[in-house]
Structures are given as structure tokens and as C-alpha cells.
Write a protein that binds this ligand. Structure first.
Ligand SMILES: NC(=O)c1ccc[n+]([C@@H]2O[C@H](COP(=O)([O-])OP(=O)(O)OC[C@H]3O[C@@H](n4cnc5c(N)ncnc54)[C@H](OP(=O)(O)O)[C@@H]3O)[C@@H](O)[C@H]2O)c1
Length: 334
């Protein structure tokens, strides 16, 4: 039965004001697809890159990567899921462009079943919707991009943010001492709960503080989702042959530089990973999600939803995220 879905769309790139509420008709799920009634939607920094045009999308477009909900109907050939199952997704499962396509910011959505993960009984929809993308990101960064070893001291930027909160807690569970950075006194108060040391990186010469905390050596790894504003300081915080894991652009994209810089600063390594490449196969996706849900269910990582907005207020959610007003993860409620 055709169904009217509410969703957020944009027809031109720009500020949060380009996001508007619209309606679209969803048809029955096709082969390999399911229809999801969404109960909670995650707002991620990548959504702002799509909206601003930093990561271009064909327009007009829906927006959003992450949500949770209940399957209402399944298409031909879907055997892994059935109506009534609770599922979540973070990036995967988009259908090829066709009528009625919308992003995750929607009341209902048609998705390919092979991009979905089951939500374990002990994980609430809100936690899955608001933190699966960030939690899977923390999983691959800390366990696969630069695996943390027991006793290591690591630097994690934006420690009060969505990825930051999860990554700091998980890094400690893996035996690391965590130095976290934040941009305000209020966020420093918060981040002290999951960091061994908190540094305000709006203060000058914060890399000297990292060195002071590591006996002058620097850290073996920096996990940096802030980008342009922290790039040089991150390199200056690394030990000889250390690794910069540059995984985001919250302050803007890192500008071009000469590889010689890595040599001057101590024969450093640089990688620029992305979640999709670490969850490229069905097995990787399911294992990464299951690993994250396990640490949350055990209580090792507390997945904090910092703020909720109605779906229609998606623009305000973007404004607050970009103005550094948010902590933890951000949810839209359809
Ligand atoms: N590569 C991947 O696979 C992947 C996956 C997920 C997320 N990411 C990236 O990870 C980063 C964190 O994502 P998130 O969704 O969890 O966001 P978030 O950390 O909750 O929000 C970004 C934080 O960055 C800090 N920041 C520093 N300078 C900023 C500036 N000029 N403008 C805005 N924020 C600034 C702010 O914290 P302070 O106020 O404390 O400075 C802000 O709260 C983003 O860059 C995102 O793109 C990458």
C-alpha cells in the first residue's frame, strides 16, 4: 500500500535554512528491500557536509545517514528480517536513486536489507539511532586503524562530542590513558568523566601540554575528527614515528601540505579513514555493530544522547552542532 512519508530535503547547498520538511509517497518494498517505520534518527557531522556541499550530493536530495525503527514490510527475497524486527543503519542500505527516495531524516524509509543491522533487545532504539554510526567509527578507529595496546597514552580530540565521548570511554577499556581535548570549560567538566587528562585546545600551545603529560615524548597516536584547526597541533603532539588518524572536518578540511612535513615532524604516519571502507562487507558491518552494542550492553561505554529535536527542526539541530553547542549524540524524533 502506498504510504505518505514526511522527510527533510534540500534543493540547494547552503546553511541550515536550506533544509525543509516535505512529503513523499513510498511504494511497497521491492526485491531485497524493507519498509521501516523510523522511531529515532541520528544527526551526524557528515550530514552538515552534505548540506553545505563539502561532500556533494545530486540535488534535490534527502539527508541523513543513520536511524532506527521497526520493519513494517519486506520485499521479495528478504530472509534475514521480518515485519516487527527492530533494525538500525548507519550509512549503508541506500537504494539506487528511484521514486520516493529520501535520506534518514524521515518518518518512514525504504532500505536495502543488506545495509541493516538487528538491534539487540537490551539496546533502546534511541541509542541505536543516535550512536551506531559514531560507535562503529570508534570501533574501527581504536581496534583496526591504529589498534590501541594496553598502557598506551592516546590523544582524542573533541572529547565531549559524539564520537569523542564513545572513543574516550572505549579507549580506556582497551587499557589506554586518554588525553581528551575540548573547546570550553563546561565541556572540560563533562569530559573529565572519561578522560585521564583534559586539555582546552582553544588555549595557545596546547601541544606543549600533551608533551608535558607524556614526559616530553608525545603520543603514539592522535585521533583527530576536528580537521583544519588541529592538524598542525596534532602533528606536534606525536612521538617519533607516531600516527595521525585524521577522520573528520568539524572545523574544515585539512589544507593541502607537502609529505616532507611528516618527515620534519618525526617520520610520522598519516591515514584518512572512513567508516564505509571498514564496514564494506556484510560480515564486517555485522561484526562492527555487534562489537559496539556489546560494550554498550556491558556498560563499558555509556552512549549519551545529549539533545533531541522534532524532525521538523532538523535545521536547528544542524545550527547547534555546527556552533559547538552540542554534547554527545543528537537525535531527531519523527
Ligand atoms: N571518517 C569517519 O568514518 C567518520 C565517522 C563519523 C564521524 N566522523 C567525523 O568525526 C567528527 C565528529 O563527529 P560527530 O558527529 O561526533 O560530531 P561532534 O564531535 O559531536 O561535534 C563536533 C565537535 O568538534 C569540535 N569542533 C572543533 N572546532 C570546531 C568548529 N570549528 N566547528 C564545529 N565543531 C568544532 C566541537 O567540540 P569542542 O566545542 O569541544 O571543540 C564540536 O562539538 C566529525 O568531523 C565527523 O565528520 C568521521
Amino acid at each position: 500500500m502506498p504510504l505518505l512519508a514526511r522527510y527533510i530535503q534540500f534543493s540547494q547547498t547552503g546553511g541550515p535554512e536550506v533544509l525543509t520538511l516535505a512529503e513523499t509517497t513510498l511504494l511497497d518494498p521491492g526485491p531485497g528491500e524493507v519498509l521501516i517505520r523510523q522511531t529515532a534518527i541520528g544527526v551526524n557531522f557528515i550530514d552538515t557536509y552534505h548540506r553545505s556541499g563539502l561532500y556533494p550530493l545530486p540535488l534535490p536530495s534527502g539527508i541523513g545517514q543513520e536511524a532506527a525503527g521497526v520493519i513494517e514490510a519486506v520485499g521479495a527475497g528478504v530472509v534475514e528480517f521480518a515485519p516487527g524486527d527492530r533494525v538500525a543503519y548507519a550509512g549503508g542500505g541506500q537504494r539506487a536513486a528511484q521514486g520516493g527516495e529520501c535520506g534518514a531524516y524521515a518518518s518512514h524509509r525504504l532500505m536495502l536489507a543488506n545495509g541493516l543491522v538487528p538491534i539487540p533487545g537490551e539496546i533502546p532504539d534511541e541509542v541505536a539511532a543516535g550512536t551506531l554510526l559514531r560507535g562503529m567509527t570508534a570501533q574501527y578507529l581504536l581496534k583496526r586503524t591504529f589498534p590501541i595496546a594496553n598502557g598506551m597514552t592516546v590523544l582524542i580530540h573533541a572529547a565531549a562530542g559524539g564520537v569523542g565521548q564513545i572513543a574516550c570511554q572505549w579507549a580506556r577499556c582497551l587499557g589506554a590513558k586518554v588525553i581528551g581535548t575540548v573547546g570550553s570549560t563546561a565541556k572540560a567538566e563533562l569530559a573529565r568523566a572519561w578522560c585521564d587528562h583534559v586539555i582546552d585546545y582553544t588555549q595557545p600551545d596546547w601541544p606543549a601540554r600533551v608533551r608535558a603529560l607524556t614526559g616530553g615524548r608525545g603520543v603514539p597516536v592522535v585521533y583527530d575528527g576536528v580537521g583544519a584547526a588541529t592538524f598542525e597541533g596534532s602533528l606536534d603532539s606525536l612521538a617519533l614515528r607516531g600516527t595521525l588518524v585524521s577522520f573528520g572536518n568539524a572545523s574544515g578540511a585539512v589544507p593541502p601540505f607537502s609529505p616532507g612535513l611528516l618527515s620534519q615532524k618525526g617520520s610520522l604516519y598519516l591515514t584518512r579513514p572512513t567508516l564505509g571502507h571498514y564496514t564494506a562487507t556484510r560480515e564486517e558491518l555485522l561484526d562492527t555493530a555487534a562489537d559496539y552494542f556489546t560494550v554498550v550492553a556491558r556498560g563499558d561505554v555509556e552512549a549519551n544522547i545529549g539533545q533531541h529535536y522534532p524532525l521538523a527542526d532538523a535545521a536547528q539541530a544542524h545550527r547547534d552542532l555546527e556552533a559547538r553547542k552540542t554534547t554527545g549524540s543528537t537525535l531527531l524524533v519523527p
